[in-house]
Ligand binder design. Structure first.
Ligand code: SPV
Ligand code: MG
Length: 586
């Protein structure tokens, strides 16, 4: 089921009547379960009509008693209960959108028929066809079967009772003449047709098991006169199973309005299944049946499995969003310690800073990591990450490095500065946040002085704490009012730690803001002298001023910036190298 054929009963029910009122020849194909329903509903071929190219498809679905019973391994003798038939009907309705004509067999007695009408109408079926034989009927196509016709007046009462219980004008009750099947001839058929038309039936189906269409064509000819005489016009239905040389055009000009291909999907499937089973037995393998079988992918596509895997992928992408680590900057702040390599390659107790970051990301299911290199890019290495080079790293900031990985940003991404170490749990919490833009900020800045030699990315939140009382700030209320390196530390509520997440919408807002600034600002913007010096904090501040909501995730400590030589010392203390294994002495 693809979920693309969604249709409500009230939207579907009237479709058959509409087609008939418009004078279309309605072409119906049998279905006996969900997959055959999908085929009847969706198969199309290209054809020609009056020298113009047209697409041809079936207009309606025939829910056949023969194939529904056979599909369940049973003979077509009304032994399959109506509830079981209704189950199949619902199964087909769930995966299709075309109108359905249900084969109602004899309809049972008038009481049974009333329930049948009411239940079929309710689920969105467009028409029911009942045959004028006595219950329990025998299928019409078997030459040796005993066919007993119902008294036409009793049958007419059933029609009247059915018409009285239906609730809409859209639902059609069609009477099926079995006179030819029972060998009763044309006059019996015409006599019965007249009685049923007078009883208020919505259409007539004339059935025949002859190989020659003569019977039904002569009936159609006489039916025209009958309608004229009664002043009643009702659609005429045929089922050309045995007389199958005749084409639709000819049936149409003979006066037929509905042509039902009543059992062909089941019969073709049955033949192919037997051939497949025999071939596997003969060859003792299944290679030879490849040509008889549809690729599983076709089945997956038809029943909507590919659509599901596509959505799963989307979900997966949402969880495993790309992470971009701009790591292009030089390491002048480190003096001689890292003169020859990027900060990301600094050793912290035996592992590089980048390796520690990648591990923290991986633990949180984030495996799509892009590192933007610049300074000493030849020294950069880490397994399982993708490197993108920013050749102009000396002219720009981390924003420009970020944009070197633009194609990774588009569907949403996380940004991680290359010089921070953060507790695993902080990343997990950030991934759980649903807002379009979320920056991780540390509230401990309120309790210590600015660290010497550091430039802090100060933040002022919109909901500055009331010092006098406790409070709850819900996630959606946690937004940033200002972000800047130049905020007075005494008024800052937080410090941005260099970790942020953007949804696809957040990225759109970010790129739109950046591009507008790049095109339209020639001089200074925010705290930057020009666009080359335009930093991430400037971009975020600009976005805030343009009315975009920038949310924050508050932490209290739990991270470390490795920017100065003394930071390395601290990091080495926090992440001590594993002790060498002691050798046991005897
Ligand atoms: C059916 O498809 O179940 C029909 C048509 O009733 S026939 O089998 O030809 O009787
Ligand atoms: Mg039938």
């Amino acid at each position: 089921m693809t979920l693309q054929n969604k249709i409500l009963p009230e939207q579907r029910r009237g479709k058959l009547k509409q087609l008939l009122d418009q004078g279309h020849l309605v072409r119906a194909l049998e279905a006996h379960n969900g997959i055959s329903g999908i085929i009847a509903d969706t198969v199309k071929v290209e054809g020609q009509s009056d020298e113009t190219n047209i697409v041809m498809e079936f207009d309606a679905i025939w829910e056949s008693s023969l194939t529904d019973s056979a599909g369940k391994g049973h003979p077509d003798i009304e032994v399959i209960s109506f509830d079981s038939r209704l189950h199949t009907i619902n199964e087909i309705l769930a995966v299709t959108h075309k109108p359905m004509i249900v084969d109602g067999d004899t309809g049972g007695d008038p009481n049974n028929f009333e329930y049948m009408v009411s239940k079929l109408e309710r689920v969105g079926v467009s028409a029911v066809i009942i045959e004028d034989k006595v219950f329990p009927k025998r299928n019409s196509l078997e030459a040796g079967a005993n066919q007993t016709l119902e008294d036409p007046h009793l049958f007419a009462q059933k029609i009247t009772r059915g018409k009285a219980v239906q609730m809409t004008k859209e639902f059609l009750i069609i009477a099926r003449l079995e006179s030819f099947i029972a060998g009763m001839g044309l006059n019996d058929a015409l006599k019965r047709a007249e009685i049923y038309l007078k009883a208020g039936v919505d259409g007539i189906m004339v059935h025949s098991k002859s190989k020659d269409p003569e019977e039904i064509l002569s009936f159609a000819e006489n039916y025209k006169d009958l309608q004229k005489r009664l002043g009643i016009e009702r659609p005429l239905v045929c089922v050309p199973t045995t007389y199958n040389r005749i084409q639709e055009e000819e049936l149409k000009s003979a006066g037929f309005n509905v042509v039902i291909y009543a059992n062909h999907l089941l019969r073709s499937a049955y033949k192919s299944m037997i051939q497949t089973a025999q071939s596997i037995l003969s060859n003792q393998r299944s290679l030879e049946v490849d040509g008889l079988c549809a690729p599983v992918k076709d089945i997956f596509r038809a029943v909507g499995f590919l659509a599901v895997t596509e959505k799963d992928k989307q979900l997966e992408t949402n969880k495993n969003i790309p992470v971009i680590i701009p790591a292009a900057g030089d390491t002048s702040s480190m003096g001689s310690i890292a003169a020859d390599r990027p900060l990301a390659m600094l050793d912290i107790s035996g592992k590089t800073l980048l390796n520690r970051q990648v591990k923290a990301l991986n633990v949180n299911g984030l495996n799509d990591i892009t590192v933007v290199t610049g300074f000493a890019s030849d020294k950069m290495s880490e397994e399982g990450v993708r490197f993108v080079h920013n050749p102009d790293y000396r002219q720009g900031s981390e924003v420009h490095s970020l944009l070197c990985a633009r194609e990774k940003m588009i569907n949403g991404f996380a940004l991680l500065y290359s010089d921070i170490l953060v507790e695993f749990d902080v990343i997990k919490k950030l991934m759980e946040r649903k807002e379009d833009i979320v920056l991780v900020v540390d509230s401990s800045i309120q309790y210590h002085d600015p660290l010497p030699g550091k430039i802090h990315d100060y933040v002022i939140s919109t909901n500055r704490r009331q010092k006098l009382r406790r409070n709850i700030n819900f996630d959606y209320q946690r937004t940033i009012a200002r972000i800047s390196k130049k905020i007075d530390p005494a008024t800052a509520t937080h410090e941005f730690i260099g970790l942020a997440k953007f949804s696809a919408t957040g990225v759109e807002q970010l790129l739109q803001t950046y591009e507008d600034c790049a095109q339209n600002f020639k001089g200074g913007i925010q705290e930057a002298e020009n666009m080359s010096a335009f930093r991430f904090t400037d971009l975020i501040q600009e976005m805030i001023e343009r009315g975009f909501s920038v949310h924050y995730l508050e932490i209290h400590e739990g991270w470390l910036e490795v920017h100065l030589p003394e930071d390395i010392e601290l990091a080495n203390q926090l992440f001590p190298a594993p002790k060498p294994q002691q050798v046991a002495t005897s």
